[in-house]
Design a protein around this ligand. Structure first.
Ligand code: URA
Length: 200
């Protein structure tokens, strides 16, 4: 975890995006341990997330939970957050302005969690974090050094879990990327000679 362990990384009120404010039931903050080694970054809350106030609790969340379980993990072992914390109307993609309005909250969260690996779930988070266009299916499982609000981050590109619902062949792509993420965390000994994988 970053140095500032006491920082409040939840957003309690925000009025930066008028359309999202009108549409949301609540702000959906990140969940999971604040000292997680793996941080999954999704796009924006959908209907279920907006109802329940937790990222990835709908069908995409089931896919993510299953993929984590297949690797001996659960959502209690990882941090999960979205680029944008309020549900866009009709599940449209967040606009560039909405992504930028929320960027500081994501940066604060990543600074506090300071994960070994940030897993970008899908095109929107991958492009937001890497600052360039990303062909997610082609680049899934690739690791990149990025700067997020000035801080160095290791970003692993991954397909969005929802992609596997439309195209079952993407399950393997998702699984391979997650295997890579788990291996990267396992390889990182935190400088103390101890693998941190055992903490999962
Ligand atoms: N898709 C996302 O990108 N985030 C969620 O929280 C749910 C679905």
């Amino acid at each position: 975890m970053g140095d500032d362990a006491d920082v409040d990384i939840d957003v309690h009120d925000c009025t930066r995006c008028p359309v999202l404010c009108d549409n949301r039931s609540r702000i959906v903050n990140g969940v999971g341990p604040v000292d997680a080694d793996l941080c999954f970054v999704g796009e924006a809350p959908g209907e279920r997330e907006d109802e329940q106030g937790e990222p990835f609790v709908g069908r995409s969340g089931e896919v993510l939970d299953d993929a984590l379980r297949d690797r001996g993990l659960s959502r209690r072992d990882v941090r999960i957050v979205n680029c944008v914390r309020c549900r866009p109307p009709d599940n449209r993609d967040p606009t560039t302005a909405e992504l930028e309005n929320c960027r500081g909250y994501l940066a604060t969260e990543l600074d506090a969690v300071d994960p070994t690996v940030v897993v970008a779930l899908g095109k929107v988070p991958a492009e937001h974090l890497l600052g360039r266009s990303v062909a997610v299916t082609k680049e899934a499982g690739t690791l990149h050094d990025a700067r997020v609000a000035g801080a160095a981050r290791r970003v692993l590109v991954c397909v969005h879990p929802a992609a596997t619902l439309y195209d079952p062949s993407q399950r393997e792509t998702l699984g391979t990327a997650l295997d890579e993420a788990v291996a990267l965390v396992g390889d990182d000994d935190g400088g103390d000679g101890q693998s941190r994988l055992g903490e999962f």
